[in-house]
Design a binder for this molecule. Sequence first.
Ligand code: ATP
Length: 439
Amino acid sequence: MAAPDLDDIVRLCKQRGFVFPSAEIYGGFRSTYDYGPLGALMLRNVKNLWWRTMVQLRHDVVGLDAAILSSPRIWEASGHLANFTDPLVDCRSCNERWRADHLPAGDDGVVRCPNCASTDLTEARAFNMMFKTHVGPVEDGANEGYLRPETAQGHFVNFSNVLQTSRKKPPFGIAQVGKSFRNEITPGNFVFRTREFEQMELEFFVPPAEADEWFEYWCRERLEWYVRYGIARERLRLRHHDKEELSHYSAATTDIEFLFPWGWGELEGVANRTDYDLRAHSEASGVRLEYFDQATGESYMPYVIEPAAGATRTMMAFLIAAYDTDEVGGEARSVLRLHPDIAPYQVAVLPLSRKETLVPVAEEVLGLLQPVAMCDYDETQSIGRRYRRQDEIGTPLCVTVDFDSLDDRAVTIRDRDTTGQVRVPIDVLAAEVAARVGR
Ligand code: ATP
């Protein structure tokens, strides 16, 4: 499998409509990105797959969609106002700013500015990464609010609401997918680190005595998820945090890392948050966030195991892992070997020509397949070029309508990975496609 470099991925994303630089017509805007027609489909697929795995296929997890705009009291109690900081250093020579823990020392052990190589750097100071804003028309301190830097606190402040309405009891989880915002000092590596991004977070509430067991369970489950959807096991690893690296709320953290073109990077962190958050919010709000166990007649504060993944970062990892080049009929092709559940389109319907006689049959075929799978429809250029285009964007199946289709009421299914072709009657096409893309 060809390992792409980052430029290959950025180029593919731009040319084929996965990801565009935001506000490009104005020269871009500070490492923000927009997801184009294919990126919007693929990102949605990643989030839906996570939801399906974490909520739909389990009986012990319920969903939540909490507000992004949030009260300062939440972040004060959670410790983020005091602790959600990165160490910032300034270069006195070129005035660039860097995250101190991302600046490697040279062979001589000296740290230099990556921009101008000066060694004249300030001492590191704590920089809070939360975006502050004003809520309402008056811009004063009483109206301050924050864009959430993680989805997680929504789960904790709604703990009692969810417990009462869902009738769940520990061990049980609350899952949420949504945007988070961090004023990163050095965003970069395309969508790996951005200031606006999407997270997929589960807070799993357990009896304290079971916390270690569930921590191991979620590390295993989450690692397997990436493998199941197409990332080779050898490009993934688990990395345990030392005591010094642990977040302020965590008793243990293991990162699931992926081998990006520039080296290992985090896809997801699994943390044992203990009862840190429920306790902090109970103390700050005066509302006891506990579970009353009818069996023992006692109340207790559950521990929380949190698998927290990034949706945008994960989409990028799936793109990199799927990228491949090979040769078909003596010609080089580039192909995204995406899992059908992740590929933007599962099927492309391709009439052999734009002749009037073919179009009605092609449209009929499209209408039959659209309820089953996400379909592209393309009638321009030679069929060979259209196959290449679909290979490059990862479409697992092409369905070609040709002149024989008018007589035999059959079409050709072409497989992205093998390039093999089979003739299938239109009457059974929807069932055949559904079976092939796992619907
Ligand atoms: P990092 O060490 O890379 O800054 P983190 O440990 O602070 O990440 P978490 O707080 O554990 O990240 O967030 C959970 C997940 O959210 C990460 O594993 C990552 O996939 C995603 N994520 C975090 N920050 C960003 C970001 N700035 N851009 C894109 N995704 C992010």
